[in-house]
Design a protein around this ligand. Structure first.
Ligand code: AMP
Ligand code: MG
Length: 400
């Protein structure tokens, strides 16, 4: 069977993925979720003309190049009111956020004034409107502020609070189940009884990655390579939006996941990609549920998650721009490989240096070396047919 190119696999995954239904939550609960409605301004913003400074509200025409002496009628704090008119030759003391009294059109900052009894002296003129925040200058009532598909950060929480959004409609969190398989794997804290047994990292890494992406994650634990046990959990796939399995998707005798998926009526969309590592990735569907059979090698497992599962989880949450981004950077060290058949994603790090991005890669290029992620923040992409990259060359990276 020929290997599926990465782009094709990604399009097949996204073509099988739909945005989830939406739900109404309280404002604070929407943090980290994705907006599913338009947010509009409940009023003009600012809703009244007000002062941008502590100072004096005046008529600009009263300020003269030779200086001005204005009688102070009183003061108005933020949250206060002033009912009289500012007429020729007068001023009202205002504080930041205070409404501009009628008749005034300009605020002279307190630093530019001298107080003389009930008068102030102002040395020079200011342009009309200086230091006044005009009603509606930021937003008009009903104006669109946030669109559906916007990820909600602290900033958006503040913006929505400012227009009195008590509750907000967001996309549901994808329900993701994580299951690892393998006779040799032992979970966190379990006794290692034989030198051939290894500590499981995959189920924990996937659990955490899915949590980081805003999912509701159900840990299904670790199973031995036992077809009956594995089948029992695969039967429950439709309870979840996404079922992630690790291990058992290669062509070995004990690779039951891939065998069972076929036998149990899943629609296998692809199995085996032209990528390195993570070649044996399997993607299947049952009803609306997606199954990603990820390889057991720890790097392959998380890398396949980043490149294929993450875009699907973002799309489910209503994010349009869900494909992994590609940046350009200058490579700092030569890279060589023997076999250029597959597209390789090498753990790397990039940073800004002298106005450009530079990139270096981890010397641990093999798929069992999870510590290649220490300090990494991107994948260096080595395209099909490329055996060598040179220091100083522009390369493509996928930041994460
Ligand atoms: P498999 O995909 O089952 O052929 O496993 C490939 C490699 O990944 C083997 O060396 C396994 O021991 C290792 N492996 C499988 N499952 C896990 C796991 N949950 N955590 C860490 N390594 C694993
Ligand atoms: Mg195995």
């Amino acid at each position: 069977m020929s290997l599926t190119p990465y782009e094709d696999a990604l399009e097949m995954v996204l073509g099988s993925t739909e945005a989830l239904p939406t739900e109404q939550v309280l404002l604070w609960q929407s943090l980290g979720r994705v907006l599913a409605e338009e947010v509009r301004s409940d009023s003009d913003k600012p809703s009244f003309d007000n002062s941008a400074m502590d100072g004096y509200a005046v008529r600009a025409e009263d300020l003269k190049p030779e200086g001005a002496k204005l009688r102070v009628l009183g003061e108005v704090p933020a949250g206060g009111e002033w009912h009289d008119q500012v007429v020729k030759g007068t001023a009202v003391k205002v504080f930041t956020g205070a409404p501009i009294p009628k008749g005034a059109d300009t605020v002279v900052p307190v630093e530019l004034t001298q107080q003389k009894g009930e008068y102030i002296l102002v040395d020079k003129p200011l342009p009309k409107g200086a230091n006044v925040r005009l009603r509606g200058e930021e937003l008009k009532e009903g104006e669109l502020i946030l669109c559906p598909g916007t990820p909600i950060r602290g900033y958006e929480i503040g913006i929505m609070a400012s227009v009195n959004k008590v509750s907000v409609r967001v996309y549901q969190r994808p329900k993701v189940a994580v299951l690892s398989t393998g006779d040799e794997v032992r979970d966190l804290g379990e006794a290692i009884e034989k030198p051939s047994q290894i500590r499981s990292s995959n189920n924990h890494a996937l659990y955490a990655r899915a949590l980081e992406l805003g999912c509701e994650v159900v840990p299904l634990g670790l199973l031995r390579d036992d077809p009956e046990e594995i089948a029992r959990l695969l039967e429950q796939a439709e309870r979840y939006d996404v079922l992630l399995t690790t291990g058992g998707v290669s062509v070995g005798e004990k690779d039951y996941v891939q065998k069972l998926v076929r036998e149990m009526g899943f629609e296998v969309v692809f199995h085996k990609l032209r990528i390195k590592p993570a070649k044996p990735v399997l993607f299947a569907k049952k009803g609306k549920s997606l199954l990603f059979g990820l390889p057991g090698n720890p790097v392959s497992c998380v890398m396949a998650f980043d490149l294929l599962v993450k875009p699907a989880l973002l799309k489910m949450q209503g994010i349009e721009n869900c494909r992994p981004p590609l940046y350009k950077a200058t490579l700092l060290r030569d890279f060589q490989r023997k076999d250029a058949e597959r597209r390789e994603f090498v753990r790397a790090s990039y940073r800004e240096e002298g106005g450009r991005l530079v990139c270096d890669y981890s010397p641990k290029t093999q798929s069992h070396m999870l510590t290649s992620y220490v300090g990494a923040n991107c994948y260096l992409v080595v395209y099909e047919g490329v055996k060598e990259l040179r220091a100083g060359q522009e390369v493509e990276i996928v930041p994460f």
